[in-house]
Ligand binder design. Structure first.
Ligand SMILES: Cc1cc2nc3c(=O)[nH]c(=O)nc-3n(C[C@H](O)[C@H](O)[C@H](O)COP(=O)(O)OP(=O)(O)OC[C@H]3O[C@@H](n4cnc5c(N)ncnc54)[C@H](O)[C@@H]3O)c2cc1C
Length: 326
């Protein structure tokens, strides 16, 4: 007897198409991290005409080396996980424009989104799944040397600095993990921390203290990053004495947290909290009718892949119900 229910060939259809800016979509989703991709899966399965606009596919997950806490996978690479999510939604006829950013969102008779490709996308509902991005130090030289020694992702860029000297800015868990990762690759790692202590988990702090090639500089802040073509020096200042010194380094890893991607020009009455996160209720609804939000860009507690995916699903189902009741 043939066991036809096992080893079924995977569906490989790719029904992705470009966004048609003449059309009014049932929903437009902005952001294609886990929240946006999961929202799209749900709206598409409800036969909603769905447009997905995003700077990239995968969001923060593509900067993650291994994910070990997404149900169904003991361990999966961040890139592989986001690829699987993308493949799942492109089995449906989705209008997807990648490499495009939301610049301004207005509410008229329908939502009108102004994009950085110069187009305006119209939709009856909107799901904002814009996530978070790395916070910058805001010091001289940072922008100039981004990608030339200044990095916001140790998982991505640490291997480039084998046997080199590196600096990590920040004292939280992300910085602690970056320090430990770099200590195995670089010859020397400076930890530049503004406070007089770490804010990281004790287990990480203990490992850092036991690692010989990490030098910790508490009460110091980075003032300037300089070099010729690539980073060569970092100027740091001691908080209590104002003493300034220069560290010779090949890289600066900025690990000082994340900020929500809410800097676009939005419907003015949208409620945002003091951390610039969009306020949502437990249905993913914002204070504006027809406008939903999900994932790290919102004020939900805990920022994790599984949570963002769940919130995306919830926002999509709320958008579906909203349209049913119109
Ligand atoms: C280094 C690192 C490791 C992590 N490891 C784990 C882990 O192991 N397990 C875990 O559960 N979580 C982990 N997280 C957290 C997890 O990645 C996030 O909680 C999750 O990705 C949030 O999903 P999101 O869809 O809300 O946002 P994001 O993943 O941030 O996606 C947002 C999307 O919006 C797009 N976007 C932003 N602004 C615009 C705009 N103006 N116009 C159009 N598109 C825009 C972005 O390009 C992106 O595609 C990690 C995070 C980092 C940074």
């Amino acid at each position: 007897m043939e066991l036809f229910f096992n080893n079924k060939p995977e569906t490989k259809a790719d029904l992705k198409e470009s966004v048609n800016y003449e059309k009014i979509y049932d929903t437009a989703i902005y952001g294609a991290g886990p929240a946006g991709l999961s929202a799209a899966l749900y709206t598409l399965r409800k036969n909603m005409k769905t447009a997905l606009i995003s700077k990239d596919i995968g969001g923060q997950v593509i900067t993650t080396w291994d994910v070990e806490n997404y149900p169904g996978f003991k361990k999966i690479g961040g890139y592989d996980l986001s690829k699987k999510m993308e493949e799942q939604i492109t089995q449906f006829p989705i209008a997807l424009d990648e490499g495009v950013s939301l610049v301004k969102l207005e509410k008229k008779s329908v939502f009108e989104a102004h994009l950085d490709n110069g187009k305006v996308l119209k939709s009856k509902t909107v799901i904002l799944a814009l996530g978070k991005k790395y916070q910058e130090l805001g010091v001289k030289g940072e922008k100039k040397f981004t990608g030339k020694g200044v990095s916001y992702c140790s998982t991505c860029d640490a291997p480039l600095f084998k046997n080199k000297t590196t600096v990590v800015a920040g004292g939280g868990n992300a910085a602690a993990e970056a320090l430990l990762e770099l200590s195995k690759i670089a010859s020397k790692v400076y930890a530049v921390i503004r406070k007089e202590h770490f804010r990281a988990d004790p287990v990480l702090i203990q490992k850092i203290e036991e690692t010989k090639n990490i030098e910790i500089l508490f009460n110091h802040s980075i003032q300037e990053i300089s070099g010729n073509e690539f980073v060569e020096k970092v100027m740091i200042q001691k908080k209590d004495t104002n003493e300034v010194k220069t560290l010779e380094t090949d890289a600066v890893f900025v690990e000082i947290g994340l900020v929500p991607n809410t800097s676009f020009e939005c419907v003015p009455s949208l409620t945002i909290n003091d951390q610039k996160e969009i306020r949502v209720n437990n249905k993913g609804e914002t204070n504006i009718k027809g406008l939903f939000a999900a994932g790290d860009v919102t004020d939900i507690p805990e920022k994790q892949i599984v949570i963002a995916a769940g919130e995306g699903a919830k926002a999509a189902l709320s958008a579906f119900r909203y349209l049913q009741n119109q």
